[in-house]
Design a protein around this ligand. Structure first.
Ligand code: BG6
Ligand code: MG
Length: 213
């Protein structure tokens, strides 16, 4: 087997919560009078922390905010985001993702989550995957977010595997850099396929099977 473990990003890889991040930031932006927050701006928020994502929004206004006000804004966005997440169910997990994860597990390969999000376990519960992974490394156990490799090196540690034995699956350029810098091979999907650092590029999630099985 080429890899003993696969570490999956969550938002934009396992499910489409990347779209909800975008919608929630857009709601906050509009409340601040920023009416030109676009998907292009949102691309730079992929993989990075909630506070760094806020800075991408605030670049679009001349208004200045104290650290305390910024925290309140990030909390407000998270409330919009959680409201969207609370409407999710097992229907938001595609058959393609479900079947691919099952095929990988059936081959004896370990699977983990490597996500910067503090909402990761909530999302996994909503989509019925909370007990499906051998390890979860997320925004609750890290001190640095992507492009720092910490979230992936901790996921590999939780699996008891060396980075060189694991593949990272990512939709964020910051996540591909994190995987690369941590000594992992990487499979890019969606906008991460632009990254020159990716080992593989997936057209669709199930392409993984041809790489790892
Ligand atoms: C990542 C997203 O998965 O999680 C980022 O790609 C987000 O856009 C980060 O900022 C933190 O998420 P949360 O849910 O803790 O605000
Ligand atoms: Mg992502």
């Amino acid at each position: 087997m080429k890899y003993e473990g696969i570490i999956f990003d969550l938002d934009g890889v396992i499910c489409s919560t990347d779209e909800y991040h975008y919608l929630a930031w857009k709601m906050l932006a509009e409340k601040l009078g920023i009416n030109d927050f676009t998907k292009k701006d949102n691309e730079r928020q992929r993989g990075v922390s909630r506070m760094e994502s806020l800075e991408v929004v605030l670049e679009k206004t001349d208004r200045k905010f104290t650290a305390e006000e910024k925290l309140a804004l990030a909390t407000e966005k998270n409330e919009y985001y959680k409201k969207l997440l609370s409407q999710m169910s097992e229907k938001d997990l595609s058959d393609e993702v479900k079947d691919t994860l099952n095929a990988i597990k059936a081959a004896g390969i370990k699977i983990a989550i490597g996500s910067s999000s503090k909402n990761a376990k909530f999302i996994l519960t909503r989509i019925g995957l909370i007990n499906s992974f051998d390890a979860i490394s997320d925004g609750e156990n890290i001190t640095r977010t992507k492009p720092d490799p910490q979230v992936f090196t901790m996921a590999a540690e939780f699996l008891g595997l060396e980075p060189g034995r694991c593949l990272v699956v990512e939709d964020a350029e910051a996540g591909i850099k994190a995987g690369h810098d941590g000594g992992f091979d990487t499979a890019a999907i969606g906008s991460a396929t632009k990254s020159a650092l990716a080992t593989y590029r997936l057209k669709t999630f199930s392409d993984l099977k041809a790489i790892v099985l």
